[in-house]
Design a protein around this ligand. Structure first.
Ligand SMILES: [Zn+2]
Length: 253
């Protein structure tokens, strides 16, 4: 999901962002990822502790964990105040297949999406990566055939990534026979945007009633960022201050 989101975000202009949500009916629950064109991505799954048997082909059963029926939603916020969301029903719950379906149906672009993750014995991700190959309007049928052959030749992307295949090598092999030019290089990283200030603003937005109840019942609050897992602790004095702020906000309003 993070790879897919980084690839979609790379097509946007500065100041824009993309959010991808997969809402299946499997044990994983919703998956959410957001990305920006500068390569920053973050994401989370609702229930991260899902343990399913491997598929017959030895791969992780992502489709089973996501579960059909469900939807893939892509929200592009171009920074102009009107985010646009496109949705498609899930095809398989395998993120690459579903994103391919999305690009074909919602964006009306024939595309190939290849995403791979290689998970180590301890459950940690050893390698992840992928590519999106899109045919632009006016393409010739023989180009599509050529690309299809290239992709067949590429094979499973997870193993290629584990073996150390670079993004450039993916381009050379995926576009073999075309003379590709590399236009830009962009590092990617998992980076959360949560700050104490944002957490406090979110609490203030709950309103004075909710904050008073928290103060009375718990004497403080603990807020955990669902994207990065960081925990923010607020004591009674913090809550009292935010309570005052929310009262002030209400009066001004
Ligand atoms: Zn965070």
């Amino acid at each position: 999901m993070l790879t897919a989101t980084a690839l979609l975000a790379a097509q946007l202009k500065d100041g824009a962002s993309v959010t991808v949500r997969v809402t299946g009916s499997g044990p994983l629950g919703a998956i959410v990822a957001t990305g920006e064109p500068n390569g920053d991505v973050r994401g989370y799954v609702r229930n991260p502790h899902v343990d399913l048997p491997l598929r017959a082909d030895g791969k992780l059963d992502v489709g089973g964990a996501v579960g059909l029926p469900g939807f893939l939603h892509v929200t592009r916020d171009l920074g102009l105040g009107h985010p646009y969301t496109g949705s498609v029903p899930l095809v398989s719950g395998e993120i690459g297949d579903d994103l391919t379906a999305f690009l074909a149906r919602s964006d009306q672009t024939p595309a190939v999406v290849a995403l791979g993750v290689l998970v180590g014995p301890g459950g940690g991700v050893r390698a992840a990566g992928g590519f999106v190959l899109q045919l632009l309007p006016g393409y010739e049928e023989r180009w599509a055939e050529r690309l299809e052959a290239n992709i067949q030749h590429l094979g499973g992307i997870s193993r290629r990534i584990e073996a150390g295949m670079t993004p450039e090598e993916m381009v050379w092999q995926g576009l073999a026979g075309f003379s590709p030019h590399i236009l830009d290089r962009q590092p990617v990283r998992f980076r959360c945007q949560c700050t104490r200030e944002r957490v406090e603003r979110a609490l203030v937005s709950l309103g004075p009633g909710e904050l008073a109840a928290m103060l009375r019942e718990d004497g403080g609050a603990e807020v955990r960022c669902q994207f990065c897992g960081r925990t923010y602790r607020l004591d009674g004095a913090d809550l009292a201050r935010l309570h005052q702020e929310s009262l002030g906000g209400r009066q001004e309003a």
